[in-house]
Design a binder for this molecule. Structure first.
Ligand code: ADP
Length: 492
């Protein structure tokens, strides 16, 4: 064959080309193949020339290839190009980009095809991997899109500059209510948005979108939307910053939850608590009054006197509960009037400690008290007594037999400090921030069935706050708790 189909140059090209090349007879036999073609399909060159292209073509691509060959032989076309699969000697598939041209003799009879085959297996595989990855991405995108649109919260994405970038349908609906005159698509646009007191409008800086745009992250930021107290809606908003994988700030994501029903239910609960406690107080005052009168009689049999004492103790307990409820009701309405007087706090705390002694000793709890002889302050005596009583009775109540309670009162240059320390059951770390919430009862208290309403500490914190003071708590489960109250000396 040497020299029969061209010059030495052609042979050299054939030998050294990185592309598979073959001369193929019209019926399909591989008359001549180059080394690159042998390498590509895993055969040596001589072996390949014993085969037809049909044998090395993947059966699924054979019909297509044959059809093109037919068209060439019929003279419809001179050449063709196709991507097809070949079979490697070891059985695996090799993808080839085939270009074939039919060479005819001087009379126009088909001589042979010149075929060039570029191995594109890697490219093909990469393309297939890309297609799979794209399909995965698309599935993920659709799933996220579905979640974005179907979750029961409004979702908003804002850019680094505070521009609104995307929101779901639910948030679009909320926006129409919040901004009936339209929204300009930038964080911080003002609207009829009020704090939870229902009266104070949020400033532009306080709008949740501005806070998020400034880089803040927050949870459960609640407010009212709308002017009319009867029809307004309440929302609770959370925000998180969005960063790229490299940590670059991209913007923020906000979630808006409609909590109107919850807020209305809480209002109803407050109103209920307030009206029930009002209704209970009048008959209870009368019961206590008559008990006082009856208790003062000299002619009562001894056993009746003892029974009356039990009745009076329980009625007094009921009165405490009712006044706690009333107090909470008043707080719910946002009013806590103070009646400030010059009070000797040392005497006040001493009396409270003395009053708690009886309970402490029946509970097997030692009670220690350390205070200066006198410590004057301008406070609401009754309310501060309530603070001390609540903290003391808790300390005794939540301390087991054999434990101790210490009460320390100190007057500093700035503030007065009252510390009530117990060696009781303690409060779990995750509960510490909740103990001052209304109706909160700790897990341990519930588990040990220690009676309580969850109102005491809420009352304590509101009275202390009304005096311009502060109450803090340190506690360790099983070791005890320390409540620390700081109060300014006088009116602020
Ligand atoms: P109550 O004592 O009626 O449940 P409080 O508002 O006084 O309500 O207290 C709220 C919760 O805080 C209690 O239920 C209890 O779990 C926890 N707590 C309060 N004081 C103490 C204390 N001194 N030691 C341990 N737990 C306490």
């Amino acid at each position: 064959m040497q020299g029969s189909d061209g010059s030495d140059l052609w042979n050299l090209t054939l030998q050294h080309s990185p592309i598979g090349m073959a001369l193929v007879a019209p019926e399909g036999r591989l008359v001549r193949v180059n080394p690159a073609m042998g390498d590509m399909l895993g055969y040596d060159v001589d072996e390949l020339t014993k085969r037809g292209f049909q044998e090395i073509t993947h059966p699924d691509d054979l019909a297509g290839d044959l059809a093109m060959v037919e068209q060439c032989l019929a003279g419809d076309i001179d050449s063709f190009r196709m991507r097809k699969r070949y079979l490697h000697a070891d059985g695996r598939v090799v993808w080839g980009d085939l270009s074939a041209a039919l060479v005819r003799d001087a009379d126009g009879r088909p001589l042979h095809f010149i075929s060039q085959i570029l191995d594109v297996t890697e490219q093909q595989e990469q393309q297939e991997r890309l297609t799979v990855a794209n399909a995965d991405l698309e599935r993920e995108r659709q799933a996220l899109e579905a979640i974005f649109e179907t979750v029961g919260v409004g979702l908003l994405l804002i850019g680094r500059d505070g521009r609104y970038e995307r929101m779901n349908r639910r948030h679009q609906e909320t926006m129409q209510v919040t901004f009936p005159d339209g929204h300009l698509g930038m964080a911080g646009q003002l609207a009829d948005v009020y704090r939870l007191d229902g009266r104070t409008l949020l400033t532009a800086e306080e709008m949740p979108s501005s806070r998020a745009a400034r880089g803040e992250e927050f949870d459960d930021y609640a407010y009212w939307v709308g002017d009319d107290p009867l029809t307004r809606s309440a929302y609770s908003t959370s925000a998180r910053q969005v960063r790229s994988a490299a940590g670059e700030k991209l913007g923020a994501a906000l979630a808006y939850q409609d909590i109107t029903e919850l807020m209305r239910a809480m209002q109803v609960k407050d109103e209920f608590v307030s009206s029930v406690s009002h209704e209970l107080r009048t008959p209870l005052t009368s019961v206590l009054g008559y008990l006082e009168i009856i208790g003062g009689r000299e002619d009562l049999p001894a056993d009746v006197s003892a029974q009356l004492r039990v009745v009076r103790r329980n009625a007094a307990r009921l009165e405490t509960l009712v006044s706690d409820l009333l107090h909470v009701g008043e707080l719910g309405e946002g009013r806590l009037p103070l009646q400030r007087d010059a009070v000797d706090l040392a005497a006040l705390v001493r009396h409270a400690v003395e009053a708690a002694r009886a309970l402490a000793s029946t509970s097997g709890v030692t009670l220690e008290f350390d205070a200066p002889d006198h410590l004057g302050a301008l406070v609401d005596e009754q309310r501060i007594r309530q603070v001390v009583d609540n903290l003391l009775s808790n300390a005794v109540k939540y301390t087991r037999h054999g434990g101790s309670v210490e009460v320390l009162l100190r007057g500093g240059p700035e503030d007065i400090e009252l510390e009530i320390r117990d060696s009781g059951i303690g409060i779990a770390a995750h509960e510490v921030e909740h103990v001052f919430a209304r109706f909160f009862r700790g897990g341990e208290a519930l588990q040990q069935q220690i009676p309580g309403t969850g109102l005491g500490l809420n009352i304590v914190s509101s009275i202390v706050a009304a005096h311009g003071g502060d109450v803090s708590l340190e506690s360790e489960v099983g070791r005890g708790s320390t409540f620390r109250v700081t109060l300014p000396h006088g009116a602020d």
